[in-house]
Unconditional design. Structure first.
Length: 212
């Protein structure tokens, strides 16, 4: 129990509760300010907040929920309802944590499969930027994962310098054919310095360093 909003915020940062019961009307710092501070801090951002408010403060409650509160209860508090709401919030928190854990485990399995694959594998996010670039992709295209991660996929895979290099090495006649062939028969050397100079990226593979 805190005597005011500022005191409550300090106690939360010292010892994180499972659920926070937050009253809108408090001295020193009101509920809005406390909620804003909690959501702005990565350490407390995911703390579930149950807003407590008088019935005539409904607009304020809706604003708190919009700003990240999980739920609300009207004053005076009904203890049975309070227990039920807290239980429901904790169930949702556990479900989210379980989903996040499964997602992390799934990503780890996929990454392991990709990293140990015998073919070039490239994964981009929904904005088209590279998030996974396995060792075989590095061999095929001449860029390390560190050089391309976060870069637009189109600037690497479909840039003319890389396409010309892959075609010259594998006898492919198009970007698509070059990429398909690359997945099963990676090239042995990266693009040459002259063609790479016209590429959107500055290719710096080990085998080309020191080339005049």
């Amino acid at each position: 129990m805190a005597v005011n909003g500022k005191d409550g915020l300090e106690k939360i940062r010292k010892k994180m509760p499972d659920v926070l019961l937050l009253d809108i009307m408090m001295p020193v710092m009101n509920g809005y300010q406390v909620l804003e501070a909690l959501k702005a801090d990565p350490a407390t951002r995911d703390l579930p907040v149950l807003v407590i408010s008088a019935v005539d403060e409904m607009d304020s409650v809706l604003q708190c929920i919009k700003n990240g509160a999980e739920d609300y209860l009207p004053k005076p508090l009904n203890m049975l309802l309070l227990k039920a709401r807290i239980g429901a919030i904790l169930d949702r928190v556990r479900a989210r944590e379980r989903e996040e854990r499964l997602h992390r485990e799934s990503e780890a399995r996929i990454r392991l499969i990709v990293e140990t694959a015998l073919e070039a594998v490239i994964v981009a996010d929904n904005t088209g930027r590279i998030v996974i670039w396995n060792p075989q992709a590095a061999i095929a295209f001449g860029y390390t994962a560190a050089e391309v991660t976060g870069k637009p996929l189109s600037s690497i895979v479909f840039n003319p310098a890389v396409a010309r290099y892959v075609r010259s090495r594998l006898g492919a006649t198009s970007n698509r054919q070059a990429l398909e062939t690359c997945s099963t028969e990676p090239a042995k050397q990266p693009p040459c310095a002259k063609t790479a100079a016209r590429s959107p990226l500055n290719c710096r593979s080990r085998s080309r360093r020191g080339t005049s």
